[in-house]
Design a protein. Structure first.
Length: 331
């Protein structure tokens, strides 16, 4: 309940922004008693709201002050841009000067963001170089700056992608948490299939670009090519992560890492049964699957659900060894 309440409170500035934009649009486009029936439509009144009221609300509702500051600047730039459409031209006195200022604000915002990203990447690289768990090295600076939220999880995932693109040679499977590790890249030739898929996409990009350029439009060709190139980056990072990011076990839990996806942790004392599996498992409620191709070869049943899942299916290179180890540690 407390988490939900904090989440709702943090969204109040965004709700206020939307309501404020709508109310000020009504203020400038209709004659009511609020604007002295059209005699007092001053744009500086709107400026007070976006420059004072909204930032104060951000700092009151959002706990990390760095996030509150960034959101205040972002909302200010957004509403300055929106004000050009909300306020009719005949009532814009201060706004033409602010319109030019927004580009400077956005530039400064981008510079700050890129500086933060550079610092985070540097911290991650230093941590990986020292032999720390690469997942922990990525999560710690991001969660320290943004906090633990859905946005931070998405950024952690994206950071992991770029970490394997630029720092894969520094990442070794032995650095991950856990004293026993299991690979999955050899099962059903997972990594070889992934490489073939990458080569197919890379070969297709220039041909597809030319076809779309002449049949459809240059803009469409550029957009599709960019999106395909970004997907190629993901597949390359996934290919690199397969053989470097293992499933591992210690005396207390199993760390399920599969490719680039966020780690899924299972406490050993929460495992009811673990056994060999042969059949193909379809997507269904209450089931999590960690398997690239073919049928998963390990089936875990939990005593208590984790993330609404009570059954876990995994595909590894040495299933019998993993089953025996987990059963031994449970007993």
């Amino acid at each position: 309940m407390n988490i939900q309440r904090v989440y709702v409170i943090e969204k109040l500035p965004l709700v206020f922004l939307i309501l404020m934009a709508a109310s000020w649009w009504h203020f400038f486009n209709y004659d009511t008693w609020l604007n002295d029936f059209g005699q007092s439509k001053n744009d500086w009144l709107f400026l007070i709201d976006i420059g004072v009221t909204l930032p104060l609300l951000c700092f009151i509702c959002i706990k990390p002050k760095k996030i509150a500051l960034m959101k205040s600047i972002g909302y200010f730039a957004l509403l300055v841009a929106a004000g050009s459409y909300i306020i009719p031209n005949q009532y814009q006195v201060a706004w033409p000067y602010l319109t030019d200022l927004r580009y400077l604000i956005l530039l400064g915002f981008i510079v700050v963001e890129l500086s933060v990203i550079a610092c985070v990447v540097f911290a991650i690289k230093q941590a990986i170089t020292k032999g720390l768990d690469p997942d922990f090295a990525i999560e710690k600076p991001i969660k320290g700056f943004i906090g633990d939220s859905a946005i931070s999880k998405l950024i952690i995932f994206e950071t992991r992608v770029w970490s394997f693109i630029f720092c894969s040679r520094l990442i070794h499977s032995s650095a991950y948490e856990g004293d026993e590790q299991f690979s999955y890249h050899l099962k059903d030739t997972n990594q070889s299939n992934s490489l073939g898929f990458i080569l197919m996409i890379a070969f297709e990009i220039p041909l597809m670009h030319l076809v779309l350029h002449f049949i459809w439009s240059p803009l469409a060709a550029n957009i599709v090519t960019l999106l395909t190139a970004l997907s190629l980056v993901f597949f390359v990072a996934e290919y690199l992560a397969m053989s470097r990011r293992p499933i591992s076990i210690n005396d207390r839990q199993i760390y399920l890492r599969y490719g680039l996806f966020n780690v899924f942790t299972i406490a050993l004392d929460n495992i009811k049964t673990i056994e060999f599996n042969q059949g193909v498992i379809r997507r269904q409620k209450g089931v999590k699957r960690y398997n690239f191709s073919g049928a998963p070869n390990i089936h875990i049943v939990l005593k208590t659900e984790i993330d609404d899942a009570k059954q876990i299916y995994i595909g590894v290179d040495s299933p019998q060894k993993m089953i025996s180890l987990v059963q031994h540690r449970i007993n």
